[in-house]
Ligand binder design. Structure first.
Ligand code: SF4
Ligand code: SF4
Length: 202
């Protein structure tokens, strides 16, 4: 299924026939799995100096705040705050970081796939050493698990799985370096930090 639009008119592609709730669950589960120590440190270290915004050519050219590198990590950061961070209990209890919605993920597709070429300029300039480009890459894994990646990438993934890839010596690999079964499994998410399936708010 391709070329759909969100309520605010942002184009997005969707793969598969997952329900909206299941897409969020899959994304959250993949995000949480990706939060290693370095990602956690990066999430906690931002001092909101704004230097990365001045380094990102998407933001420099458009002046649109939605293209700032740190905004591109918003749903990823919410997942961290609600489910993984040291104050996740408080974030959930007081709803300080509202649950990620499917609508947000759909709008996010344009930001982390079409508006970031992973050039790493934001990473280089960040005084706190936050590897934003790496976090964008990890966030893309969650979007893949949710079936919310640009269709051109989904097609590459299907092609690679069917026929292999010359770049990988002919070994079938997923284009995002991620497999659905590795992410979710047949019975849905199992990470206790995410609560029960259907509890998208955690
Ligand atoms: S440059 Fe680093 S510390 Fe400054 S706003 Fe960007 S991510 Fe945060
Ligand atoms: S890695 Fe992405 S967010 Fe960072 S400067 Fe490059 S395009 Fe912008």
């Amino acid at each position: 299924m391709t070329a759909q639009k969100t309520r605010t008119g942002v184009s997005f592609d969707a793969q598969g026939d997952l329900s909206d709730d299941q897409r969020v669950i899959n994304a959250m589960h993949a995000f949480v799995k990706d939060f290693g120590l370095s990602a956690a440190v990066h999430m906690e270290s931002c001092v909101h100096c704004g230097l990365c915004a001045k380094a990102c050519h998407f933001h420099v050219m458009t002046k649109d705040p939605k293209y700032t590198p740190i905004n591109k990590l918003k749903p990823f950061k919410k997942a961290y705050q609600r489910h993984v961070g040291p104050f996740s209990l408080f974030y959930r209890f007081f709803n300080l970081a509202p649950a990620v919605t499917t609508e947000e993920l759909k709008e996010w597709q344009e930001l982390i796939f079409d508006s970031c070429n992973m050039c790493g300029r934001c990473t280089l300039i960040c005084p706190m050493g936050i590897d934003i480009a790496e976090l964008v890459k990890e966030a893309r894994h969650g979007m893949f698990a949710a079936g919310l990646i640009p269709e051109r990438l989904a097609l590459m993934d299907r092609t690679t799985r069917a026929w292999g890839s010359p770049a990988k010596g002919g070994t079938p690999r997923h284009v995002c370096g991620w497999s659905y079964s590795r992410t979710v499994g047949a019975d849905g998410p199992h990470d206790p930090r995410l609560g029960q399936p259907g509890d998208t708010g955690g």
